[in-house]
Design a protein around this ligand. Structure first.
Ligand code: HEC
Ligand SMILES: [Cu+2]
Length: 358
C-alpha cells in the first residue's frame, strides 16, 4: 500500500511539469511572448481603433487588480499554511492566538475590497457610456447589418448599396452599425475594432466602430446560432477615403452583361435562372431579385466564400456548388433540390458566370 501512495505522490509533479513544458514551448519567442496573442487574425490584443482600444484598456485594469488580489490573498494563505503547519509533536501544544472579531482588520478588508471595486467600476461605467452613446459626428457613416443563419447582409441606406459577407469602411471615420437579425440571436464582433453586441429579434441594437489603419479585419458571429455558427464570419476592409468612394461607386453599379463570346459565362447566366438560383439571390442588372441568400451582384470581386469561411477560388466555388452541405454543414442553400442535382458541366458554367460578376 505504502509504495502505491508514494508512487502516486511522485506522479503529482507530472501535470505541473507538463504545464511548464507547454508554457515554455507555447512562447516560441521568449523575448516577446505576447506575440502569440497579438498576431492572430481575431486578436483583441492587436487593437486598431478607439473602441477596441478602450475595451483592451479595461481588460488590463481588471487583470492587474485581480492579479494583485490573487497575489495578496495567495501570499497570506501560503504564509499561514507554511508558518502554522503541524510539526511532529505539535498536537500537545495549544493552537496559535486567534484574531477573530478584530474590528480594524475587518473594516480594513472591507474598505480594501470596495476600493479595488471602485478602481474597476469607474473606467467600466465610463467605457459603457462612451461606446453605447453615439458620438456627435456629421461625418458618420451608417451601415445596416442583418444577420441570417449563417451569413451577413450589409446595407448602406443612404448610398443605395447592398452587399454580403464583406464590406468596406473609410479609415478614420466613425461608423454606426444598426444591428438586426432575420431569424435567431446572433452577435456582431470585429475583434480588432471592437464589440461585441447581440442582434436580437424585434430589438434595435447598434454600436459604433472606427478603424485607425487601412487593412483587412476579420469578423465573426459571437453568439451560438445553430449548426454553422462557427462558419459565420465576415471581413471588413478599411480603405482610405478616395478608395472607399471608388468601392461604393462600384458596388452601386449593376452587374455588367457577359460578352457574347464568353460561352461558359452566358451559359452560366442562363442556368442561374433555369436552375432557380434567382429565387434566393439578387444580381442587380441580371433580373435576379431573390432575398433568401447573399446578394451576388459583385460576387466575383469578393475575396471569400460561404460567409468568409473559405477563399473565393474556382476550386472552392466548384466544391460549394457540388456539395453545399459538405462544404458548410447545415447551410440553407443545401436544402434546395435543384442545387443538389447540378451536373459537373453545369457547375463549371455557373462558376464561370459567378467569377465574371466583378
Ligand atoms: C433556397 C435558396 C437558395 C437557392 C435556390 C440558391 N441559394 Fe445560393 N445561397 C443561399 C444561402 C442561404 C446562402 C448562404 C449560405 C451560408 O453562407 O450559410 C447562399 C450562398 C451562395 C453563395 C456564396 C455567397 C457568399 O458570399 O459567400 C453562392 C456563390 C451561391 N449561393 C450561389 C448559388 C447558385 C449558383 C445557385 C443556383 C444553382 C444558388 N446559390 C441557389 C440560398 C440559396
Ligand atoms: Cu450567428
Amino acid at each position: 500500500m505504502f509504495s502505491v501512495f508514494s508512487t502516486l505522490r511522485n506522479l503529482c509533479w507530472l501535470p505541473a511539469l507538463l504545464l511548464f513544458a507547454l508554457l515554455v514551448s507555447g512562447c516560441g519567442q521568449m523575448d516577446d511572448p505576447m506575440s502569440w496573442f497579438r498576431d492572430a487574425n481575431q486578436s483583441t490584443f492587436d487593437v486598431k481603433g478607439p473602441v477596441a482600444e478602450q475595451q483592451l484598456h479595461l481588460f488590463y485594469i481588471t487583470v492587474w487588480v485581480t492579479l494583485f488580489i490573487f497575489i495578496a490573498v495567495g501570499g497570506v494563505l501560503a504564509y499561514a499554511t507554511f508558518r502554522f503547519r503541524q510539526r511532529s509533536g505539535d498536537s500537545e501544544k495549544p493552537p496559535p492566538a486567534q484574531t477573530h472579531g478584530h474590528p480594524l482588520i475587518e473594516i480594513g478588508l472591507i474598505a480594501a475590497a470596495v476600493f479595488l471595486l471602485v478602481i474597476i467600476a469607474v473606467p467600466t461605467v465610463r467605457a459603457i457610456y462612451d461606446i453605447y452613446e453615439l458620438p456627435e459626428d456629421d461625418d458618420m457613416l451608417v451601415i445596416d447589418v442583418i444577420a441570417y443563419q449563417w451569413w451577413w447582409a450589409f446595407e448602406y441606406p443612404d448610398k443605395d448599396v447592398t452587399t454580403a459577407n464583406e464590406f468596406a469602411i473609410p479609415v478614420g471615420r466613425k461608423v454606426k452599425f444598426n444591428l438586426r437579425t432575420f431569424d435567431v440571436i446572433h452577435s456582431f464582433w470585429v475583434p480588432k475594432l471592437g464589440g461585441k453586441i447581440d442582434m436580437i429579434p424585434n430589438r434595435d441594437n447598434w454600436m459604433w466602430l472606427q478603424a485607425d489603419e487601412p487593412g483587412q479585419y476579420w469578423g465573426q458571429c459571437a453568439e451560438f446560432c445553430g449548426e454553422s455558427h462557427a462558419n459565420m464570419k465576415f471581413r471588413v476592409f478599411a480603405y482610405e477615403e478616395d478608395e472607399f468612394q471608388d468601392w461604393i461607386e462600384h458596388q452601386r453599379s449593376e452587374a455588367a452583361d457577359p460578352p457574347e463570346e464568353e460561352q461558359m459565362v452566358v451559359e452560366g447566366k442562363e442556368l442561374f435562372r433555369s436552375r432557380g438560383c434567382v429565387a434566393c439571390h439578387t444580381i442587380r442588372g441580371h433580373d435576379a431579385a431573390g432575398l433568401a441568400g447573399p446578394d451576388l451582384t459583385h460576387f466575383g470581386s469578393r475575396r471569400t466564400l460561404g460567409a468568409a469561411m473559405a477563399d473565393n477560388t474556382e476550386e472552392n466555388l466548384f466544391e460549394w456548388l457540388r456539395d453545399p452541405d459538405g462544404f458548410k454543414p447545415g447551410n440553407l442553400m443545401a436544402l434546395d433540390t435543384q442545387v443538389q442535382n447540378l451536373t459537373d458541366e453545369e457547375i463549371d458554367a455557373l462558376v464561370a458566370y459567378l467569377k465574371s460578376l466583378n
